[in-house]
Design a protein around this ligand. Structure first.
Ligand code: NAP
Length: 453
């Protein structure tokens, strides 16, 4: 491709993987134009709508993405659904290459009775609610009960457990929505119990998140020392293992011998327990859990195996935080079992197992919902390197047409980057007098009207 006819690439999804991919393409020696297409009027994906509001330092990565957005050859098309406003086939006709970076937009199921009782929610919905996602603002989380149960031992579980336990003083300087701050501060919750199905040495959360839990203004962290007596296999794994697990266990040991300060709330960490049923008459009233032992698989991985020892924990709210799950994009191959787009290092594979010309993916929809934001940089780079290799080898069909013209013809009110900048400016302006980084616009109407103004 020459600079007269730069490579034209659509990136679908404007989270970290999408922006890292756009940056990579715009920085390459192959002249390229990149259009980032996003269903919401706002960019940054989980950086805006997933990362906990009390972690502004993590959200600050959006400044890197802003630089990409200001580069020549970049365009943003917000408020455009692929599969609704424009089809995949249309994109494939307009662009030389399309990269899907749509993340994992649903949640994994636990598959236990009572999972859908009112009061049992995917943690992802709670996260989207407190972060101001416009599709999640009418959810009615009942926080009036004394005990909430968070299932899972990952960083999302940590985030939601911590958010439930934050005080007004901790929440006020954040961009948590006003409705969520009110609900959390006024909640009747006295105890948040986190349930890990495996042991403390197998927890998926990382050290800074666990450390933070021990520093909350309004909540004591409770760990039973007996839960930290490790089985032989866990001890052996720790002895030669990653420092994260070792440091987690050290921190937990520290917590287990602390005298509770008598704070208003407590966060209790339980290990080797799995929910077997969510109980209640028309709504969540309790969770039945079973005690697990750890058994090594053939590959040495320790797996939780249920014993016959059960226990019922009264609770009014359950947040299921057992992982995100990818959803298919209409017209694009999907591996139902792994909930990802089937691919070889980012080249999307067809039913015959061969790469589909001009079709790529990156981020969680490529590898599954794991890793931190930075992981997507390496991931997107891998995909873009292959895309550029294909471009140089003449393996991409030079496409024709323009998305802007197509959307305009169709009457789709897309939000350009300047529209997002208007939203961003308004939100910051609203936040300034309150000492917050921003007050998010959380309604579609407000977002679209400010973007259009
Ligand atoms: P995750 O790290 O994969 O953790 C999922 C947790 O759910 C694990 O503890 C897993 O236990 C447990 N689990 C799975 N199925 C279960 C079941 N049926 N019953 C009980 N427990 C079950 O996923 P995540 O917390 O959703 O986070 C996704 C990614 O985003 C992770 O890479 C995470 O580190 C990252 N993230 C990072 C931050 C941060 O940096 N602050 C914040 C949020 C998210 P097993 O280990 O036994 O499978």
């Amino acid at each position: 491709m020459s600079s007269d006819r730069p490579l034209r690439v659509a990136v679908v999804g404007s989270g970290p993987a999408g922006f890292y991919a756009a940056a990579q393409l715009l920085a390459s020696d192959v002249p390229a134009r990149v259009d980032v297409i996003e269903r919401l009027p706002t960019p940054w994906g989980l950086v805006r709508l997933g990362v906990a509001p009390d972690h502004p330092e993590i959200k600050a990565v959006s400044r890197v993405f802003e630089k990409t957005a200001r580069q020549d050859g970049f365009r943003f098309f917000g408020n455009v659904g692929v599969g609704t406003d424009v089809t995949h086939d249309e994109l494939a006709a307009i662009y030389d290459a399309v990269i899907y970076t749509v993340g994992a937009q649903s949640d994994r199921r636990m598959g236990i009775p009572g999972e859908d009782l009112p009061g049992s929610w995917p943690a992802t919905a709670f996260v989207a609610w407190y972060n101001g996602h416009p599709d999640f603002q009418d959810l009615d989380f009942d926080l009036s009960h004394e005990r909430a149960i968070v299932v899972g031992n990952g960083n999302v579980a940590m985030d939601v457990a911590r958010m439930l336990a934050l005080t007004k003083g901790e929440l006020d300087p954040t961009d948590t929505t006003e409705a969520a701050i009110r609900a959390i501060v006024d909640s009747g919750i006295k105890e948040v119990v986190m349930l890990g199905r495996r042991g403390p040495a197998q927890a998926a959360f990382t050290n800074p998140e666990l450390k933070e839990l021990g520093e909350l203004h309004g909540a004591d962290v409770i760990v039973d020392p007996a839960a930290l007596v490790l089985d032989e296999a866990s001890e052996a794994a720790l002895a030669e293992e990653r420092s994260t697990a070792r440091r987690n266990v050290d921190l937990l040991r520290e917590y287990s011998v602390r005298t509770p300060a008598g704070k208003v709330r407590k966060v209790t960490l339980r290990f080797c327990v799995s929910p077997v049923a969510i109980l209640g008459d028309g709504k969540v009233e309790a969770v039945e859990v079973v005690r697990n032992t750890l058994v090594a698989d053939d590959d040495g991985k320790l797996r939780a195996v249920a014993t016959d020892e059960t226990e019922v924990l009264p609770a009014g709210l359950v947040l299921r935080s057992v992982g995100y799950c990818g959803v298919p994009v209409p017209g694009v191959p999907f591996d139902e079992r792994r909930a990802v787009i089937p691919n070889a290092a980012g080249r999307v594979l067809g039913e015959d197992g061969q790469p589909i010309r001009g079709l790529y993916c990156a981020g969680w929809i490529k590898r599954g919902p794991s890793g931190v934001i930075g992981t997507n940089k390496k991931d997107a780079t891998e995909t873009c390197d292959l895309l550029l290799e294909d471009a140089r080898a003449g393996l991409l069909d030079a496409a024709d047409g323009d998305l802007e013209a197509l959307l305009t013809d169709r009457g789709v009110a897309f939000v350009p980057y300047a529209g997002w900048e208007a939203i961003d400016a308004r939100e910051r302006e609203l936040g300034e007098p309150l000492g917050k980084p921003r007050v998010k616009l959380v309604r579609w109407d407000d977002l679209l009207s400010v973007a259009g103004s």
